[in-house]
Design a protein around this ligand. Structure first.
Ligand SMILES: C[S@@+](CC[C@H](N)C(=O)[O-])C[C@H]1O[C@@H](n2cnc3c(N)ncnc32)[C@H](O)[C@@H]1O
Length: 212
């Protein structure tokens, strides 16, 4: 079995269920994500604000709760783990028609269907053999913006993660996007330091498809 399939099976199954058990949608965690998205959206002109947003790998939807409080954009999600998706659906924050079980290997959305497509702590779990297709799927579905909030390292390496040695990667995801797609440009990037934001030392990169 390929590493990509092994990873997807794990997140869809028991390994993914345990992640759902470890996490909760609380006012405190939503507030931290609200801070993050408000900060990032300062780099988008009001006149160019996304009318639709997709989170690929949303889990129980902490980011989606935060986004629902700060934007009027139509929110869409894709998540491989059905239990996680059910938790989000029960909250009513996203209509069932905009919530899909699926993966970055094959996003169940049309080309350029969504104004802003983002991942948060998801690309870090995508192994080498499917990383290119994952980035291509994000790029394919995005009409305007691509946003990644992921751990950074200038040199790609793996980090032990809940008993696995090949389930968590750190890389320069910003350069990967820029070097892979010639039709996107850097808008902004930054770092959410745990000491000041409570977020998990996350790097973020915002790109936009070039206007012809
Ligand atoms: C660390 S959690 C992050 C959850 C959420 N994005 C957040 O920031 O709170 C990783 C999520 O990515 C999902 N995931 C794992 N592999 C995926 C894949 N190949 N395509 C899409 N999502 C995936 C997992 O099921 C899990 O929900």
């Amino acid at each position: 079995m390929s590493n990509g399939q092994k990873q997807l099976n794990a997140w869809s199954g028991t390994f993914g269920e345990k992640y759902v058990e470890r996490n909760n949608v609380t006012l405190e965690v939503i507030e931290k994500r609200r801070y993050a998205f408000n900060h990032i959206f300062e780099h988008i002109e009001d006149s160019d604000a996304p009318g639709s947003i997709l989170e690929a790998g949303c889990n129980i939807g902490i980011n989606i709760h935060a986004l629902s409080q700060i934007t009027d954009a139509a929110l869409h999600v894709v998540e491989p783990n059905q239990t996680a998706l059910n938790v989000l659906l029960e909250s009513g924050v996203v209509p069932a028609s905009q919530a899909h079980q699926g993966s970055l290997q094959a996003l169940p959305l049309k080309d350029s269907e969504i104004d802003l497509v983002f991942t948060s702590g998801v690309l870090i779990h995508i192994p080498d053999d499917v990383l290119e297709i994952a980035l291509s799927e994000i790029h394919r579905v995005s009409r305007k913006y691509i946003l990644a909030l992921e751990y950074f390292s200038p040199d790609p390496h793996t980090v032990p993660y809940h008993g696995h040695t090949d389930f968590l990667f750190k890389r320069d995801y910003g350069s990967l996007f820029l070097d892979t797609f010639s039709d996107i440009e850097h808008v902004a990037n930054g770092f959410f330091w745990r000491r000041t934001t409570g977020l998990d030392n996350l790097n973020w990169w915002l790109f936009r498809k070039k206007i012809n």
